[in-house]
Ligand binder design. Sequence first.
Ligand SMILES: NC(=O)c1ccc[n+]([C@@H]2O[C@H](COP(=O)([O-])OP(=O)(O)OC[C@H]3O[C@@H](n4cnc5c(N)ncnc54)[C@H](O)[C@@H]3O)[C@@H](O)[C@H]2O)c1
Length: 266
Amino acid sequence: MGLRFENKVVIITGGSRGIGAGCVKTFVSEGGKVVIADVRDEAGAALQDELNACGPGEVHYLHCDVTKESDIESLMSTTVQKFGRLDCLINNAGWHPPPQVIDDISLDEFRQLFNLNVLGYFLTCKHSLPHLRKSKGSIINNSSLVAQIGQQKALPYVATKGAVTAMTKALAVDEAPHGVRVNSFSPSLVWTELTEEYLQKAGYKDIDLIMKEMGRNQVMGRAGTVEECGKLCLFLAVDATFMTGVDLPITGGAELDYGRKCHTQP
Ligand SMILES: NC(=O)c1ccc[n+]([C@@H]2O[C@H](COP(=O)([O-])OP(=O)(O)OC[C@H]3O[C@@H](n4cnc5c(N)ncnc54)[C@H](O)[C@@H]3O)[C@@H](O)[C@H]2O)c1
């Protein structure tokens, strides 16, 4: 089989590490030209150099804060100047705050998270669409399983991810006449630097132990990997030609079964 993304171009926000980096590696391994848009310059440049040394695709790192419209405008123009086209946008740059109850959440904190997790996706969608309509490309939004099932002490995060899943469907309706597909995927637990930082801030000391415990929240008994997320995105970008407005769970069955859910003693 030939390379599945050869000579095609994808922008991956938050591609310097974690799930975004998993997507970068997958698309490069299939011959893609990948633009990493991130604020983590050192890690992004290092990943760019590492992958360009092996190919078969090509990586270009660009500093881009997705909450700044001017950064996104120059991301789009630089991408199209360098690679001539845009076939796919993967919206992934986001953050999960440490556990917090409503009494301790300030309006400003909520607004800042909404700016990043939702309006960042909105802005990249808006400015990439003129190019995606030309290529009949697609948008893939990284949402979260918690948008469907909730999560304890994570009100703003859950709300932002609910907005991502809903926005995906609204945009899919509007863009179908232009030949652009818009889908999302919803991981449960994926082992990344963000997960580790979250657990540390939540006060866990033995991270390996808690990760094993949390693996059991999936019926498959483990966390997902960034490579598995990359493969799912490749499927949505390349193979899912009759799918739009869909939210694909990548959860190891975390939403299945009926079991202990109460967080306090009765
Ligand atoms: N890890 C999980 O278990 C999990 C589960 C469900 C959904 N998600 C979602 O997956 C996405 C990636 O999560 P991750 O675990 O890989 O996190 P991560 O922190 O490891 O990676 C996120 C990347 O986004 C970048 N980023 C943050 N703010 C940015 C900004 N303003 N502009 C540009 N880039 C920015 C960071 O620098 C980082 O490289 C997030 O949207 C997250 O909500 C993660």
